[in-house]
Design a protein around this ligand. Structure first.
Ligand code: UD1
Length: 337
């Protein structure tokens, strides 16, 4: 298949590009480098042996998207491009609605004009909100707790409505749990701007000496060791989930919503312990108060992805940590400019 990846140089987009090429597909990447660097493209070529077909464009730019679609034929798009920081979404909601929702509508309109009506959408387990009915199943009630979460839920609903209005549209919204790790080459990985907000890149930066200490946000949760529990999933498993989804769209029409997680909950302390053991470096920690907006626990019911897509996560926590560490130790300051 010929697949357009918006946000193709980002963390999940870049790993999905590798997985698609490994599976024999052709990819075109599109990105505005708002949260990624051009050197990702060289790294992708090094891993795959394929020169990346790339367009620098913003998904909110109608003319630019039209031009990309006029220059290439696509069977499907995987739409990653969107900002994704919870705190920033509360500070700048209009930026999130313009890029997250407006960008999606602009892309879908451009695809519609070209008759490309297969799309995989990058959603998030954040749409389950703070519910304690675990594990999260796709038919659980959704709850919006911040503008970022609203952009994800709104785009899922747009895709559902689109299918109801026009049966030529096929879509799968993938609800990611907590993607971590990196490609085993250590050439691509997660490269957050500034101080990482998420646990694994923070731990990796403490391990490499860029940050002094991990602050653990609360050890008084109703969880086995008191720290927050999440469903960490290896980014290459997640990437392969996208391959399964885009291939599924080609043969099975419709709209669906599918979790991508392992189905296992891991606590902050368990992740830190695995990192220290696998990387062989101490991670200094300090327990501080809970972070606003955090729930105690989140993990997926991952059965639907197995039933519908024939996909299950297969990489262990130790592999997630080993690959995150390889990436971080080989690239202590992330991608070069
Ligand atoms: C966060 C976002 C979520 C988003 C997801 C993926 C919030 C409140 N939620 O989820 O909407 O979809 O990232 O980008 O921002 N932790 C620490 N110290 C740290 C960082 C994290 O103890 O320095 C703990 C957290 O309290 C949590 C766990 O580690 O228990 C995982 O945190 P994180 O990686 O930020 O992911 P989520 O909170 O699940």
């Amino acid at each position: 298949m010929r697949v357009l990846l918006t946000g193709g140089t980002g963390y999940i987009g870049s790993h999905t590009a590798v997985a698609l090429i490994d599976a024999g597909h052709q990819v075109t990447l599109l990105d505005n480098f708002a949260n990624s660097k051009p050197t990702v493209l060289d790294r992708l070529s090094e891993i795959t042996g394929v020169t990346m077909d790339f367009f620098e464009a913003d998904v909110t730019d109608r003319e630019a998207i039209d031009s990309v679609l006029a220059h290439r034929a696509f069977d499907a798009a995987i739409h990653f491009a969107a900002p994704k920081a919870v705190g920033e979404s509360i500070a700048r909601p209009l930026h999130y609605f313009n890029n997250g929702v407006g960008g999606t509508v602009t892309l879908l309109q451009a695809m519609d004009r070209r008759g490309i009506r297969n799309v995989v959408y990058s959603s998030s387990a954040t749409v389950y909100g703070m519910s304690d009915e675990l594990p999260f199943r796709e038919d659980a009630p959704t709850e919006v707790i911040n503008p970022y979460g609203r952009t994800k839920l709104m785009c899922e609903e747009i895709l559902r409505d689109l299918r109801q209005s026009d049966e030529r549209w096929n879509s799968i919204a993938l609800r990611y749990f907590n993607p971590v790790g990196a490609h085993p080459s250590g050439l691509i990985g997660e490269d957050p701007q500034g101080v990482p907000a998420n646990l694994m890149p923070f731990v990796a930066q403490v391990a490499v000496g860029r940050l002094p200490v991990l602050r653990i946000f609360g050890d008084d949760y109703p969880t086995p060791d008191g720290t927050g529990v999440r469903d960490y999933i290896h980014v290459m498993d997640l990437a392969e989930g996208h391959v399964a989804a885009v291939e599924h769209l080609a043969t099975e029409p419709g709209h669906d919503v599918i979790n991508l997680g392992t189905g296992n909950g891991i606590s902050v302390l368990e992740l830190v312990e695995a990192f220290e053991r696998v990387a062989g470096v101490p991670i200094p920690t300090e327990v501080v108060g809970r972070r606003r907006g955090d729930g105690p626990a989140s993990w997926a019911d991952a059965t639907k992805a197995g039933d519908v897509l024939g996909w299950t996560a297969r990489r262990s926590l130790d592999e997630m940590v080993a690959d995150a560490w390889r990436w971080q130790s080989q690239n202590p300051n992330g991608y070069p400019d």
